[in-house]
Write a protein that binds this ligand. Structure first.
Ligand SMILES: Nc1ncnc2c1ncn2[C@@H]1O[C@H](COP(=O)(O)OP(=O)(O)OP(=O)(O)O)[C@@H](O)[C@H]1O
Ligand SMILES: [Mg+2]
Length: 246
């Protein structure tokens, strides 16, 4: 596996580079007799440990954009860069590394493994890469405490409420020390008040872990908490306030 360069040990020049950036990103899906244009010339920059919220109507391309940022899908043209270095979408090793170590994901549905306890679910992203160490257990327990789930550590997902399950999913996204956490409608399934509290936890974790956040949401209050609010309109990223979305 290709090892990531450590951003924290790099020269000061790279400290000024956005942790994540897109340039002239286009995405279309070929269809018989034509194509569906989803993203057109999308540009955005996420500063180190900054946060960007992305809103837009259903079908506007939010998940498509997030999947490209996460290396789960490739753009039709344009670039995704980390600290000024473009991700090579044709390099499977680079993609695997990107998904495992550069980004963490939070989806609308938690995708916890049902036969593993809350603590074990937190350790799974690490277990996929290497032997779990004592400090990993400590990190998992710290995250359980931060998400107020210490007394649920040994519960299976089926023994947790929906909000508790999603709290584990939020903590899990940070376990591998990713530089960027990508969240796609992370609290869309939850009661609004519970979602708002979990939104606070997400931003707290982002700050505490020095991690950039890209959050796709329909919730204007969550979007307003981010440093920047962008909206997808006709495939282009525009200022969320100008799009009347906050
Ligand atoms: N594999 C595909 N082939 C063809 N069209 C696709 C494909 N995947 C997505 N699309 C289309 O791309 C557009 C954007 O989809 P996307 O899932 O990114 O929307 P979204 O903004 O996340 O919507 P929602 O808010 O409902 O989750 C939609 O019109 C969708 O039908
Ligand atoms: Mg979506």
């Amino acid at each position: 596996m290709i090892k990531p360069e450590s951003p924290r040990s790099k020269a000061s020049y790279t400290q000024m580079q956005p942790i994540l950036e897109t340039r002239s990103l286009d995405k279309f899906f070929p269809r018989t007799g034509g194509r569906v244009d989803v993203l057109r010339d999308c540009h955005f920059e996420l500063p180190r440990a900054g946060s960007v919220a992305i809103t837009g109507p259903s079908g506007s391309g939010k998940s498509t954009l997030l999947n490209i940022l996460g290396g789960l899908d490739e753009p039709s043209s344009g670039e995704v860069l980390r600290e000024g270095v473009a991700l090579d979408f044709s390099d499977q090793g680079a993609l695997t590394n990107w998904r495992a170590e550069v980004v963490g994901f939070i989806f609308q549905f938690h995708f916890l493994l049902p036969d593993f306890t809350a603590r074990e679910n937190l350790l799974l992203p690490i277990r996929g890469r290497r032997k779990v160490s004592g400090s990993d257990f400590e990190r998992a327990d710290r995250f359980l405490a931060l998400t107020d789930l210490t007394d649920r550590a040994d519960h299976l997902p089926g023994e947790l409420s929906g909000g508790e399950q999603q709290r584990i999913a939020v903590a899990r996204a940070f376990m591998n020390r990713p530089q960027i956490v990508l969240a796609d409608e992370p609290f869309g399934n939850l009661d609004h008040e519970i979602g708002a509290r979990l939104g606070e936890t997400l931003f707290e974790l982002g700050r505490a872990e020095d991690t950039g956040l890209v959050i796709v949401t329909h919730d204007p209050q969550l979007a307003a908490r981010a440093d920047r609010h962008l909206a997808l309109v006709d495939g282009a990223l525009v200022d969320g306030r100008m799009a009347g979305e906050s």
